[in-house]
Design a protein. Structure first.
Length: 132
C-alpha cells in the first residue's frame, strides 16, 4: 500500500503554521506542501544532514504537491545518489524527503522570523553564488 501522506514532526506544527499564516512570512497564503518542499531543498542546498522525525503525524496529503510531486523523487535521488531509488516503494522516497524537511524547517523558520534582512533577497543571492 502506498503512503498517502508526508509527515513532519508534531514539534514543528507551529513553525509550519506561522510560515503560511503570518503576514511577515514570504510563505503567507502558500501551502504547507510549499513550505515542506522549500525546507527540504534548503537543507540540501546547505549540505545539512537529514534528521529523523521524533513524533510524526500524517500532515500533508501527497495530492497537495500536485505537479510538484516530481520534486519528491528528485530530492530522494540527490540523497542516495542513485536513481534506482525510484524503483523502491514510495514510502522510502517520502521518508528521505521528510528527513530533509525536518532538518530544513528549523533553519527556514529562523531565517524568516529571527534573522535580519529580507529573506527572499538572501536566498536569491545564495542561489546565485556558484559552488567552487
Amino acid at each position: 500500500m502506498t503512503k498517502d501522506y508526508l509527515s513532519y514532526s508534531k514539534e514543528n506544527t507551529k513553525k509550519y503554521s506561522d510560515l503560511v499564516t503570518k503576514s511577515t512570512s514570504p510563505f503567507c497564503k502558500k501551502t504547507m506542501a510549499d513550505v515542506f518542499l522549500f525546507a527540504a531543498a534548503l537543507a540540501i542546498k546547505r549540505g545539512l544532514p537529514p534528521t529523523k522525525l521524533k513524533t510524526r503525524a500524517d500532515n500533508i496529503p501527497i495530492s497537495a504537491f500536485g505537479e510538484q510531486e516530481w520534486l519528491l523523487n528528485a530530492i530522494a535521488i540527490v540523497e542516495v545518489k542513485d536513481n534506482k531509488i525510484l524503483f523502491k516503494e514510495k514510502k522510502v522516497i517520502y521518508g528521505v524527503v521528510e528527513e530533509y524537511a525536518n532538518t530544513g524547517i528549523d533553519f527556514l523558520y529562523k531565517e524568516v522570523f529571527e534573522t535580519e534582512g529580507d529573506f527572499l533577497k538572501k536566498i536569491e543571492l545564495e542561489c546565485r553564488i556558484k559552488d567552487e
